[in-house]
Structure formats: structure tokens, C-alpha cells
Design a protein around this ligand. Structure first.
Ligand SMILES: Nc1ncnc2c1ncn2[C@@H]1O[C@H](COP(=O)(O)OP(=O)(O)O)[C@@H](O)[C@H]1O
Ligand SMILES: [Mg+2]
Length: 346
């Protein structure tokens, strides 16, 4: 019997569809039979990312409404024999997917595939709950920023309440996939740290996917990133995540591409400009002028005095909320609920 996995997030635009395609292709490349299902009716992004948009004849809704049999709607990938797609419909009718219909389709797919991967629409409404309904496991996709993390938190609540497993009193397996991680921005303190995200979501980490322009290029090309450029840092991060999903123990790293000399030089120039900017801002904030300002700037730029660490508002907020939760001695669910509302500022 195959495993049903939902790729979900709450917030839109965090990388669910990209991750569904990349993980699906990575699993299929190892010879496993994989079907990816697009639950995002109306948007229909997954067929584009898979490069199958011109091959769609029948879709998920046609199967549910009896206009086509399931095998007629499944599209086999041209590059990997064991990878299939069940496309979404163009319809914007939110009721086109019925509970019974979805249940029948999943039941028919489960014995035929090793993996049934459901690409959820954004939000916490019906579409998202239908996508997670039959899941054995969930991949919760989040970006390291407050709004994404707090939406993921709500999705975790739904996974524990509205899935078949939850109704049977069983726990759904949950994995956190941190996407669009930008090491440079993290170093500058412009994003939540990985530790912050893990602390609030308290869900085991499936992988860290770097921010990369390669994603756009691959999706324009209609190729999951794990097929188009398997040796890239991005693809390696997804391949590792897919292996962890299979239960393999793989050391957690943030793969990065080795930069060429040209990029290194560009990077150095950019970082010098960045330093100058930071020093200027600091001097401005301290109201320094003339000689004092010059001494301050030259000390800072030559590295004689350390730059004060930049604490961005997101990290500050997280720190404040954590401190209050600590003062109130909140733990477990109570702490998580408090953190959610505190981070949202309610
Ligand atoms: N690792 C990444 N680096 C850069 N851009 C990304 C990355 N992952 C996703 N994106 C981009 O973010 C946007 C949303 O991705 P998508 O997978 O469609 O998200 P969702 O399905 O959650 O709405 C797309 O434009 C996609 O190209
Ligand atoms: Mg999507």
C-alpha cells in the first residue's frame, strides 16, 4: 500500500508546488511509483511546473464527475517512467471536488503507487482540508518569516483535527520543510533563524531548501528541479529531503553552490557596500558628526571595533514573545497558542 503525503502550508507562495514536483521526481528517480495530485483547482500550477500543461485532456474533476476514468486522466512523465500527474481542473467552482470523490480517487491510487503526493491549495478552507484528509504524512512547507510560520502553525492544528488519522485517534506524521532559505539574509538577521522556526513549530525538520533563481528557470522550462539540474545545491537539498521522507538517516546540511571567482568578487564588493551602509546607518543613529563620525567610521570599517549585531523586527518580536511565554511559564500547546497570537500581534 502506498503512502499518502500532503504538501501543505496555510500561506500561499511558499513553495508547495515546487516542492511537490521536486520531491515527487526525486522519489520516482529511485524507481518508486509516484503520483502527484494537484488539489489547487483554478490555479493549475503543478502541470506547468511538471511541463505537462499541453498534455492535459482529462483532470481530477472529470474523474470525480465520471466524465473520465482515472487512468485516462493520469499523465505519465516523459522523462521518468514511474512518475505520474493527476492535474487540477481549470474550474474555479470550489465545490467541484467532493469528499466522496476525493476518497474514491485516493483509494484507487493507493494500491497502485508507492507514493501519492497531494499538492494543497493555500489557505485553511475546504480545498486544504480535502487535500490533507487521507494523508498518512504531511510535509509542512514554511519560509523563515513570521507570517509563514504562524500560518503553518494553524495548519498543524488542522492536521491534528481534520484528517482521517486524527479522527481515528492516530497521529499524522509531520515534517517541516524550510524553503527559500537565504544564508546571506539570515547572516544579516533579516529572517527568522532555523532555531526560531523549529522552536515555535516543534516539528522535525525534513530539509532546508535554499533560495535560488534556478527554481524560476526550471519552472519556465517545465522541469522539476531534481530532474533539470540534479547536481545543483537546490536539487541536492530536495533529494536529501526525499530520502529522509523514505526514512533514511541523512545528515542535515544546507547545500550551497560553490561560487565562481566572478561571483566571489561581486559578493565581496556587495559585502563592502553593505558594511559601509551599516556603518553609516549606525553613525546616523548615534547622531555622530564631523571628527567623531570619521573616527567611528574608520574604526568600524577597518574592523578595530565590532559592528553591533543587527536585530531585525521579526527576530526581536520572536525574542519578546519567547520572553513573555517564559515569564508566564507556558509550555506545550499553551505556549504554542500563545506564541501564535503574540507573533500576530493580537
Ligand atoms: N527555493 C526557491 N528559491 C526561489 N524561488 C522559489 C523557491 N521555491 C519557490 N520559489 C518561487 O516562489 C513562488 C511560489 O512557489 P510555489 O511552489 O508555486 O508556491 P505555492 O505552491 O506554495 O504557492 C514561485 O514563483 C516559485 O518559483
Ligand atoms: Mg501551489
Amino acid at each position: 500500500m502506498g503512502r499518502v503525503v500532503v504538501v501543505t502550508s496555510g500561506k500561499g507562495g511558499v513553495g508547495k508546488t515546487t516542492s511537490t514536483a521536486a520531491l515527487g521526481a526525486a522519489l520516482a528517480r529511485t524507481g518508486q511509483a509516484v503520483v502527484v495530485i494537484d488539489f489547487d483547482m483554478g490555479l493549475r500550477n503543478l502541470d506547468l511546473v511538471m511541463g505537462a500543461e499541453l498534455r492535459v485532456v482529462y483532470d481530477f474533476v472529470d474523474v470525480i464527475q465520471g466524465a473520465a476514468k482515472l487512468p485516462q486522466a493520469l499523465i505519465r512523465d516523459k522523462r521518468i517512467e514511474t512518475l505520474f500527474l493527476l492535474p487540477a481542473s481549470q474550474t474555479r467552482d470550489k465545490d467541484a471536488l467532493t469528499e466522496d470523490g476525493v476518497a474514491r480517487v485516493i483509494e484507487e491510487l493507493r494500491p497502485k503507487f508507492d507514493w501519492v503526493i497531494c499538492d494543497s491549495p493555500a489557505g485553511i478552507e475546504r480545498g486544504a482540508t480535502l487535500a490533507m484528509r487521507h494523508a498518512d504524512a504531511a510535509v509542512i512547507v514554511a519560509n523563515p518569516e513570521v507570517s509563514s510560520v504562524s500560518d503553518s502553525h494553524r495548519i498543524i492544528g488542522l492536521l491534528d483535527a481534520k484528517t482521517e488519522k486524527a479522527e481515528k485517534g492516530e497521529r499524522i506524521e509531520k515534517h517541516l520543510l524550510l524553503t527559500r532559505y537565504d544564508a546571506a539574509r539570515a547572516a544579516r538577521g533579516e529572517m527568522l533563524t532555523i532555531g526560531d522556526v523549529l522552536e515555535i513549530l516543534s516539528t522535525p525538520l525534513l530539509g532546508i531548501i535554499p533560495e535560488s533563481e534556478e527554481v524560476l528557470r526550471a519552472s519556465n522550462f517545465g522541469s522539476p528541479i531534481t530532474i533539470s539540474d540534479p547536481s545543483s545545491a537546490l536539487a541536492r537539498a530536495y533529494v536529501d529531503a526525499a530520502r529522509r521522507l523514505k526514512g533514511e538517516v541523512v545528515e542535515m546540511t544546507i547545500p550551497s553552490d560553490k561560487k565562481g571567482l566572478f561571483n566571489k568578487l561581486l559578493g565581496r564588493r556587495a559585502s563592502q557596500q553593505e558594511r559601509m551602509k551599516t556603518c553609516n546607518t549606525e553613525a546616523g543613529a548615534k547622531n555622530l558628526a564631523s571628527d567623531t563620525r570619521r573616527t567611528f567610521m574608520s574604526d568600524r570599517l577597518s574592523g578595530r571595533t565590532a559592528v553591533e549585531p543587527a536585530v531585525n523586527s521579526q527576530q526581536q518580536k520572536m525574542k519578546d514573545c519567547n520572553a513573555t511565554a517564559g515569564e508566564q511559564k507556558l509550555t506545550g500547546d499553551a505556549r504554542r497558542t500563545f506564541m501564535r497570537s503574540c507573533l500576530k500581534g493580537t
